[in-house]
Design a protein around this ligand. Structure first.
Ligand code: GLU
Length: 290
């Protein structure tokens, strides 16, 4: 079921390889020809970057000891490399759903690559390169659950999600009869689903598929498989770092054709056998105008 779902996502994403219109100058020098600022300048001068990722989302951003792994982590390495920073120059920092905008605004991290949906509300605070992947909101239920078949079945049901996430906001706005319980991490919802204290967990399908595949939950949970939103994953950075944003998109455009995007997928989420989606570079249009 997971494979079918993710294959469908890949098919939707597989549109074109046309070069992104959102280009911009390489150096990010701003006016007056002064030294590069923003992430381009920091990477150039220090050869270091701090990247915020999730720590508890298998396949996407998962921390084991001091090491982080997953698709978002691999995308981070691609972006850093394109900025001239090797893997040893990256400091990974755990971000949660609600602290992503503040971490970017306060400079706690240079970039956030953390299943981070691009939307207009967030764009008022930060800028987004990407999208590099399109997910969709879905539901995780116990394998033997036959009563929850989509968001329309959630009236009166206990649903677990994360505060500040787009899926939690959508439940509150569009399915107000669901009894939503909100935490700061999706991993906290899983024992509750397992123990029957909640009826469903909701977030992006690709995150839920990762939890369902974890050995300790093998066979216990299923993703309903009827996504009811579009969640384009962006790379968050400071709102005024226009040149940095354009550079991120330039790096993604190169990654789409040089095999590195596919390699990032194949070594993480693709291990399940799901083919890599196509990174549609014609959609890299979220950066503010330079
Ligand atoms: N993509 C959604 C969001 O950015 C849900 C996943 C998450 O919380 O990281 O809100």
């Amino acid at each position: 079921m997971r494979i079918t779902r993710v294959a469908a996502i890949a098919a939707v994403a597989a549109l074109s390889f046309t070069v992104a219109a959102c280009g911009g100058d390489d150096g990010g020098t701003g006016t007056g020809g002064s030294k590069a600022t923003g992430i381009v300048g920091k990477a150039e001068s220090s050869k270091k970057l701090v990247i915020g990722v999730k720590s508890d989302q298998p396949g996407l951003g998962l921390q084991t000891g001091s090491a982080y792994e997953g698709f978002d982590v691999e995308i981070g390495k691609i972006i850093a490399k394109g900025l001239g920073v090797d893997a040893g120059g990256i400091e990974w920092k755990t971000t949660t759903t609600p602290n992503r905008e503040p971490f970017i605004q306060q400079g706690t991290v240079d970039l956030v690559i953390a299943t981070y949906t691009i939307n207009d509300e967030r764009k008022q605070k930060v800028s987004f390169g990407g999208p590099y992947y399109i997910a969709g909101q879905d539901l995780l239920v116990k394998t033997d659950n036959t009563s929850i078949v989509g968001p329309e079945s959630l009236d009166g049901k206990k649903v677990c999600s994360v505060s500040g996430s787009t899926p939690a906001k959508r439940i509150l706005a569009e399915h107000p009869k669901a009894k939503l319980q909100q935490f700061d991490a999706y991993a906290k919802c899983l024992p509750l689903l397992d123990g029957g204290q909640v009826d469903a967990v909701t977030t992006d399908d690709i995150i839920l598929a990762g939890y369902a595949a974890q050995p300790q939950y093998a066979g216990k949970f299923k993703v309903v498989g009827k996504p009811f939103s579009s969640e384009p994953y962006g790379i968050g950075l400071k709102k005024d770092d226009k040149a940095g944003c354009a550079k991120v998109n330039e790096i993604l455009t190169a990654a789409a054709s040089d095999g590195s995007y596919k390699a990032a997928w194949d070594s993480t989420l693709g291990k399940s056998g799901t083919p890599a989606p196509t990174l549609d570079t014609s959609k890299l249009t979220n950066c503010p105008a330079v």
